[in-house]
Design a protein around this ligand. Structure first.
Ligand code: 8YV
Length: 320
């Protein structure tokens, strides 16, 4: 019997062909209200589900009685209910590794853009406000030779540390569930408690996955521990931060500024106060979003799916 795979994300042509050569494919490059019922009816007879970001919980899984494999086109898998997948003996996979450098580029770009106020000053120039010699009102703060605190020293955290250490002569502090020898040996990173990191860092960069343990791990207490001159960067998940506390800290000038690729609710709500703050640089969750990397992620996700449906153990299986 030929397996059926439902795809709910747009895929590069060659990745789609790879799947079509092996499986029956129901393709929903753009899932919306009008085609959602059709998607659900295709899911009923599918063995594979491939895409990114969809909440795969008990409610959805009830609609997918034949499902054997869920392949995420992302490294994060906070959209999956792992317990529920385990109960149903469904294999889940993700795409680690291929996005590390691209995501680290985004995070470091965000850090630079926030410190040097680049988006704000871009608007300033384009608004034709640049006249005469400019003074202090346009100053930013230095990045080089400062202290960067990385919370979450996984492979993306290490790619950020590498850029900071070798490109910008930064001191690296880090906090992680466990010590990371590679970070300590290669980037001179110093392990410390979360509180010590928050108190000593000029830049606090959050890079942890979203789990029940990391939910809102940065809140009022943590912002209060940071320097008044601290710049907070979130390249992880919005739900790891108490957004109301972040807004309060920024409004009360308890930290200097923030660079955010992620938000508590995505797409960000139109009336989110963060969108009105000039000291906040915002991005629409584009950490891994380059043509090259998204293609690699899609290819890896399709390979994971093929290997798993063919009865072998895929390389990027999510432990349950
Ligand atoms: C996107 C990410 O969430 O891989 C992750 O965990 O955060 C991003 O790459 C993903 O590709 C869905 O658009």
């Amino acid at each position: 019997m030929q397996h059926k795979v439902v795809v709910y994300r747009e895929l590069p042509n060659q990745v789609l062909s790879f799947l079509k050569n092996r499986f029956e494919v129901s393709y929903f490059p753009n899932l919306h209200d009008e085609n959602y019922n059709n998607f659900l009816s295709e899911l009923k007879t599918a063995q594979g589900l491939l895409g990114a970001g969809m909440k795969i919980d008990q409610e959805l899984l009830k609609e997918a009685p034949n499902l054997k494999v869920v392949s995420n086109i992302s490294v994060g898998y906070d959209n999956l209910n792992i317990e529920e997948l385990k109960k149903r003996e469904i294999i889940a996979t993700n795409t680690p590794g291929v996005l590390d450098d691209t995501t680290a580029d985004t995070v470091f770009g965000l850090l630079l853009a926030t410190a040097r106020r680049m988006p704000e000053l871009d608007h300033y120039v384009k608004a034709k406000k640049w006249e005469g010699t400019k003074g202090e009102d346009l100053f930013g703060v230095d990045v080089h030779h400062k202290t960067l605190g990385i919370i979450g020293m996984g492979s993306i955290g290490r790619a950020v540390a590498k850029r900071a250490r070798f490109g910008f002569d930064m001191e690296i502090l880090y906090h992680n569930r466990s010590r990371n020898e590679e970070a300590e040996n290669k980037f001179d990173a110093t392990y410390c408690s979360l509180d010590e990191l928050l108190m000593k860092s000029d830049f606090v960069c959050l890079m942890v996955p979203h789990t029940p343990q990391t939910e809102k791990m940065i809140g009022e207490r943590e912002f209060n521990l940071m320097k008044k001159s601290a710049i907070f960067i979130n390249g992880s998940r919005g739900k790891n931060v108490d957004e109301a506390a972040l807004i309060k800290a920024l409004n009360e000038k308890r930290i200097l500024s923030a660079g955010l690729d992620v938000f508590e609710k995505e797409p960000v709500e139109k009336d989110n106060p963060l969108l009105t703050l000039s000291q906040v640089v915002t991005l629409p969750h584009i950490g891994s979003a380059t043509a090259e990397t998204r293609e690699k992620m899609a290819k890896l996700a399709a390979e994971n799916m093929a290997i798993a449906l063919e009865g072998e153990t895929p390389p990027n299986i999510i432990p349950n």
